[in-house]
Design a protein around this ligand. Sequence first.
Ligand SMILES: *[C@@H]1O[C@H](CO)[C@@H](O)[C@H](O)[C@H]1NC(C)=O
Ligand SMILES: *[C@@H]1O[C@H](CO)[C@@H](O)[C@H](O)[C@H]1NC(C)=O
Ligand SMILES: *[C@@H]1O[C@H](CO)[C@@H](O)[C@H](O)[C@H]1NC(C)=O
Length: 973
Amino acid sequence: MLKKMKMEKLSPFVLFWLLLLAVASFQVRSLTLTPSINDDVLGLIVFKADIQDPTRKLSSWNEDDDTPCSWNGVRCNPRLNRVTELTLDGFSLSGRIGRGLLRLEFLRKLSLAKNNLSGTISPNLAKLESLRSIDLSENSLSGFIPDDFFKQCGSLKSVSLANNMFSGNIPGSLGSCATLAAIDLSRNRFSGSLPVGIWGLSGLRSLDLSGNMLEGEIPKGVQALSNLRSINLSKNKFSGKVPDEIGSCLLLRSIDFSLNSFSGLVPQTMQKLSLCRYLNLSGNSFVGEVPEWIGEMESLETLDLSMNKFSGQVPDSIGKLKSLKVLNFSANGLNGSLPASMENNVNLLALDFSNNSMTGDLPRWIFNSENKAGRNVDNASSTSSGASFQRIQVLDFSRNLFSGELSFDIRALSSLKMLNLSWNSLVGPVPGTIGELKALDVLDLSQNQLNGSIPMEIGGAYSLKDLRLNANILEGKIPTSIEKCTLLRTLIISQNKLSGPIPVEIGKLSSLENVDLSFNSLTGTLPKQLANLPRLSSFNISHNNLQGELPAGNFFNAISPTAVSGNPLICGSVVNKSCPAVLPKPIVLNPNTTGDSISGELPPNVGHRRIVLSISALIAIGAAAFIVVGVIAITVLNLRVKSSTSRSAAPLTFSSGEEFSRSPTTDANSGKLVMFSGEPDFSTGAHALLNKDCELGRGGFGAVYRTVLQDGRSVAIKKLTVSSLVKSQEEFEREVKKLGKITHPNLVALEGYYWTPSLQLLISEFVSGGSLHKHLHEGSGGNYLSWHDRFRLILGTAKSLAHLHQSNIIHYNIKSSNVLIDASGEPKLGDFGLARLLPMLDRYVLSSKIQSALGYMAPEFACRTVKITEKCDVYGFGVLVMEVVTGKRPVEYMEDDVVVLCDIVRGALEEGRVDECVDGRLQGKFPVEEAIPVMKLGLICTSQVPSNRPDMGEVVKILELIRSPSESQEDSG
Ligand SMILES: *[C@@H]1O[C@H](CO)[C@@H](O)[C@H](O)[C@H]1NC(C)=O
Ligand SMILES: *[C@@H]1O[C@H](CO)[C@@H](O)[C@H](O)[C@H]1NC(C)=O
Ligand SMILES: *[C@@H]1O[C@H](CO)[C@@H](O)[C@H](O)[C@H]1NC(C)=O
């Protein structure tokens, strides 16, 4: 009957009564048939009915089974076939522990640890006759435990209720459960005092009441616990003295009284506890000296007396504790020096004397192995080096009064992970042997008076995660060897006298989180690579002599101003100070006439130095380009036109012939040639040898070669040197086609392109008359441009730029060598929009590609906070105008000086000597009424603030107004 019911559908309450009824009938039957094995089935099913089992760990528990002995977590006595163990640890169960378990008459072990069971526990649980051990630890059980819970506890040996939320008093009946050997009530919310009866449990071996809110003194009588092995009363509010009788629990191995309010002296009787391995009295108010008898507790492995009020000297007898592994005396009032006997504590793993008033030199017995040379250390563990402390991992002597030099032979300490000697009075240099500490995680030598430099050998300590050398008197540079410490997270070397630059290598330490370099004398700019540090959360460089822009990147864009303050030469939006232009010296216009607001804020010497730097960069780039020249001999031949259908753009595919594949700079077997005109001129056998003889010039984006097509027509072929930067083929083609559609009488027409993944050529109209640059600066003899020619060139260039801007194309690379002059004397602007072929308009890339346009580059290229618009072309155009009028290069390099054209023109204009700065070759042959306004226009175009510059359409109109009527008639006529 019962088996046919769907039990899950019934509420646990109803179910329970149904089950009781069923049990009653079974029991009737069991009198005559088998033993009542189904009591266990029913009990467990009732238990299960109260429980949520999200991970279906109890799915094998099936009420149809005759016996539960094969169920998950259940074990039976094979003879009786009754449940003896229920072990459901870590089954993710939640809900309440119901009454079903009370039916398990033969249960010896109940373990429900590490679940999420809640509610109170049944008052009768401990009364199960057969129960030996209960473990309900690590659940969410709560409520009081009834005072008589342990009253008829049968043969209970072990109970753990640890890590729940039980509250109220510890039940007094605990003392009457004489069979108990282990009690763990730790990490609950028990309060009140310790029940006296507990000392009656003579069989008790371990007692853990830690992590509660128990209070009061420890009652007398503890000596009755003659079997006690371990006692943990840590993290309570116990007070008063530790009773003397504790010394009678001779089997004690572990005593943890830490973090209470115990006071008085440590009972002298404890010296009898010669089996005790662990003694923790930290975080109390014990007073007096560290007792001399401590040396009698010769099994001690851990001795923690930290955070008390111990005073006086450390007793010599410490040296007798040969098994000592952890010794913590920190945060007391100890003074004197460390006893020499401690050299016998050769098994130490951690030694902490921090926060005392210890004096004298650092103990030689740790830091200097030379004394030991030849000495016989009576210790089997010490190996080849003969050093005693090679196992030690933690050494903390911080916040004492230790003095003397830090000159130690630290190699003895090969296992050291943490060395903290901060806040002492140590002098002398940081020894280079520090680099021998391959296991060192943390090195803190801060707040001493160490001098000398940071040793280069520090890179040897490659496990370092935390390095603090702040507040010493260290000088010299930050060693670049720091790059070997790749795990470094914290680097604090502030408040020293360090000088020199921040090494680029720091940008490689990708784990860095906290960096403090403040209050030193560091110079130079911040390496860009710092922006790559992914985990950086604080970076303080305040109060140094650093200069220039902060690296670009999320962290540095949002850095707090206080972290960079005190560096007068740092610029950028963070310090609310715009950065000076990288290349041209800013012109300082008369604010009364131009309204230019940010003029003249750069100290002149800085601008000068920056220009010189740029020149050296230029030379380097130039040299690199030269090496390539000899190699370039590209043949674009055998390019066979397969088809030419479309008129506007005819993509043609070529397969290579022999010669083509011999070409050193092509890797693919075929490339793609597209001529926008669709003419099949560039066909069979067309031979275009790109060699040095045909080179017309080179710029930031590549070299240009002249080549003659088969039909005799000349074209200019530009081989892009930026190929590694070029976008994907589709994007490249899209952009080039867009540029190909731009036509204007004053623009060099782009006629096609050739594409392979490693080589890109741009094919454009060949303009025969040479570049404006050539005419202005390389002109021979009496052959020079007249004023009329020059005005025409300026106007034509202005028109071409206006047209580009109308088509939303920024030229980016205005310079006189990009203005070509055709046979009729009209200008044709070339090389426009090439920056669009780069993956993104990255300022850094751009400015390095346009380096050759030194002097034409608008100041906003150097200043990240200003958006780059077509106004950068207007700036370049302004410079070009002045160049054309004066016949001088935008920047002239003298032996020892750099002259910036804008400055000369501005100065001349202000002093009314304008005609003096017009090209000498024109003297007496130019109309002043045109030249002066043209130069003024040039100056306005080079305003520092982009919005102060006119747009190119306006420039064209102004130029047309400037041109005297007679001339314009001449032109149009
Ligand atoms: C534990 O149970 C409570 C309710 O009894 C529930 O709110 C909580 O989310 C559970 N926690 C986990 C980890 O299952
Ligand atoms: C004593 O109990 C505390 C808190 O429960 C625990 O952190 C500590 O490790 C225990 N001490 C020993 C010696 O087990
Ligand atoms: C600008 O005008 C102010 C007041 O009109 C005058 O004092 C100042 O000298 C002028 N500056 C220049 C550079 O001419």
